[in-house]
Design a binder for this molecule. Structure first.
Ligand code: AMP
Length: 421
């Protein structure tokens, strides 16, 4: 026997429980996302929460997400594995493994894990929804993908989301640009914050992301990626911008936008919620990538995708007062004053007929049962007292319509509810 605990357990730092009604709101958010992307031909892919550590190492050896924040450990059989910190790597691994027909257009929803310093809008376990498309090299696909994210925010009712956009060029452009940034930053290293000096050694482009005030001056004068684009990459980017203009989607070209992971090329973008504090206002981001399929053992394949942060989107909805709670949708609540069998049988009958129903266990007075009915948010209370039982009837009371009520024969109950719901 183990000793009883000396304290009640709590969630780990940076992890949260999501209780009702917030849980219903999350589910509705994911359903909205699924509607948007499925209507554009994307199909759901369900990926494992853990992968071989190598899957993630391939994609971001120079990033904090992979080097510092990953929940990695040795499995009981000695394999080095990790909880996923993001989903693109797993999706591409699945693409390489299953060799689906291209274009492979998929969407996903699920939890990711990063050992970050927890704060509002930054958690160690957080949810994302996202899409990936593999096998298409066409600027109009970039437009499609960006527009889907935009449409989703719009459907939630968010009005204060901005789209930031940049092109990192081809892989070789990016290399040349990285070299230019590295030598520039080296020349002004002494002026950088200590943190950025460390980042410079590992990943110079990430320094451009720094929001620290002491870095601002140096970053502002850094070389611009636009000056390092090949003609082909510049043309691709022009077509993306023209597409967004045609669709009426506003954007800001932000040439400091380099994004965290190593595999991005050409178009990169971020959605920012202005209703949130600047430190945690990125509600989603994505871009085009290449070499990822190859790095994971597959053929060279173009890819593009985005991941949107569910937790932060909900915070943005709170801040803008949109996409509020979802009312509990129960149709009926049985109030049984005859010993419980009516509640047992009627709830079962209704549920079988596809009508949602609940009841209170342990009986109780009419008053306490009616209170439970009100709390359940049900549309109708179905009352069964001795009089109703004798006549084989039910009293149907409308809980949202000022208490109107009617007597209905038991045999007609389901039809009656269907016509009134
Ligand atoms: P990333 O993969 O870092 O580009 O993240 C994509 C989106 O996921 C971000 O724009 C955030 O909305 C969200 N996100 C990333 N990390 C966290 C975190 N630790 N907590 C909550 N949301 C996060």
């Amino acid at each position: 026997m183990t000793d009883p605990p000396t304290h009640a357990f709590r969630t780990l730092s940076g992890m949260r429980d999501v209780l009702a009604p917030e849980s219903a709101r999350r589910r509705a958010l994911v359903a909205t996302f699924a509607d948007v992307v499925q209507a554009a031909g994307y199909q759901e892919v369900v990926l494992p929460l853990v992968e071989d550590l190598g899957v993630f190492l391939r994609v971001g050896e120079a990033t904090d997400v992979v080097t510092k924040e990953m929940y990695d450990f040795v499995d009981k059989d000695g394999t080095r594995i990790a909880l996923r910190p993001e989903m693109t790597a797993g999706a591409v691994r699945a693409f390489v493994q299953h060799k689906p027909l291209v274009p492979w257009k998929v969407w996903y929803a699920g939890s990711n894990f990063r050992h970050e310093r927890p704060q509002k809008g930054r958690y160690r376990s957080f949810d994302q929804v996202g899409v990936e498309v593999l096998g298409v090299d066409d600027a109009d696909l970039d437009v499609e993908v960006i527009a889907l994210g935009w449409r989703f925010y719009e459907l939630l009712g968010l009005r204060q989301v901005r789209l930031l956009l940049n092109s990192l060029g081809e892989h070789s452009d990016r290399e040349r640009y990285t070299d230019a940034v590295r030598s520039y930053l080296e020349s002004r290293k002494a002026e950088l914050s200590e943190k950025s000096q460390e980042t410079l050694a590992r990943n110079p482009l990430r320094v451009l992301d720094s929001k620290r005030p002491e870095d601002r001056g140096v970053v502002a004068e850094a070389p611009r990626v636009a000056d390092h684009l090949s003609a082909e990459a510049a043309e691709h980017f022009e077509r993306v911008l023209a597409g967004l203009d045609a669709l009426g989607i506003p954007y800001v070209v932000e040439d400091r936008l380099v994004r965290g992971l190593d595999y991005y090329r050409r178009t990169t973008f971020e959605y920012v919620a202005d209703a949130l504090d600047a430190a945690q206002n990125a509600v989603g981001g994505g871009g085009r990538y290449d070499r990822l399929a190859e790095d994971l053992g597959g053929p060279p394949t173009d890819g593009i995708g985005f991941a949107l942060g569910v937790d932060r989107i909900l915070l943005a909805c709170d801040a803008e007062g949109v996409f509020e709670g979802v009312a509990p949708g129960l149709a009926a609540f049985v109030v049984d004053l005859v010993g419980g069998h009516a509640a047992r049988d009627i709830t079962h009958e209704l549920r079988t007929a596809g009508i949602s129903a609940d009841r209170r266990f342990g009986g109780g007075s009419m008053k306490s049962q009616m209170k439970a009915a009100d709390r359940s948010g049900a549309r109708f209370a179905l009352l069964v007292g001795s009089d109703e039982e004798e006549r084989d009837e039910v009293t149907v009371r409308d809980l949202r319509g000022g208490g109107d009520q009617r007597r209905v024969p038991r045999t007609e109950l389901i039809d009656d509810l269907r016509t009134h719901l």
